[in-house]
Design a protein around this ligand. Sequence first.
Ligand SMILES: [Zn+2]
Length: 385
Amino acid sequence: MIRKQVGMGTNTLFWHDLLVGDCPLKAKCPRLFRLNSSPNGSVSSFKFWEGKKWEWAFSWCREFRPYDTIEWQLLRLLLDRVHFNPEVPDSFIWTPHKSGLFTVKSFSLELARTSSGWHIVPIKGLWKGLVPHRIELFVWFSILEKLNTRAKLAHLGIIPPSEAHCVMCGTFTESSNHLLIHCSFAYHLWSWWLEVWGLQWAFPADLRSAFIQWSPPHKGIFFKKVSNGSTTPTPMAVWSPPSGNGLKWNVDASYHPSLQKSAIGGVLRDSNGKFLCLFSSPIPPMEINLAEVYAIHRAIKISQSCTNIMSHNLIIESDSANAVKWCTSKDGGPWNIHFILNFIRNSSSADSSVEIIHKSRAANAVTDCLAKQGLSRADDFIAWV
Ligand SMILES: [Zn+2]
């Protein structure tokens, strides 16, 4: 991909650099290379000007034998194809780009063209914008095995090899594949997730295979979102845990105008991010902010049905600023959901340990999936984990 463009010939080695064809002259004419009295000479050291004509001048260690003569004829033929410009210095040219200059784009295209495509296939399906950009980057790094896992840090000599064990299980070496697929912690998380969606999956050897396997076999937007959402690590870093021994609901709603369907979903987690409960339910068709109020209402109802939950400080997080505003103000809000709003207001004012807050959509990927899933459900789904 990188060739030498010979000008004056002073910085180009005649036998070693690529002048003509696809390999250096020392490989094309090995006998002559061994015979030449200056095997490391530059191009300019083998030439002189005869008037305006370039002439080659070589000195050999002995007389030519028949096989040497054959190579000599070949060398003459090759050199006839070479044209030098003695006005300019020698330079490198980048052959994938017609200008001869290196560009990142031409390098990337060349890489895609010449590689077997192993790194292209999974990455193609990654940049969908379904999860925050930093999570996409994290997945990208993990597929390329560029995560700074303990195995890698030990390999680089940053930590001692004795500290390369996985922080989750403490048993195996912490590689990307172990941490995100094979570790017992990751395995349980995957198993839980697969069970939620009623799917069966043979755990692959590495993340790249995992990502390829999860490429959506169906065309539906919903399945694509579920599969992309589930192959992307749940954003623990984006989701902020409740403080102390508090618990947090993330709730969300979904409205499908053409199907005239609405649904709600929610996830309850503790301060370690551990999933405790989740729900996904169809509701009568209604505007999205109203549906969000229903989601908050459902989270409170479920919480009140379990004394264990109500003994903790409870945060309910919604991505609808309107729904949160209606629920937390003393009055106002759409008249047709006043009875629901009043129930929420009474619950949160009677029990000051319930707090309803607004959080942007970015932190809500799991709940968003559950809400969408509710659209295709006939009845309520509640699971305690
Ligand atoms: Zn582990």
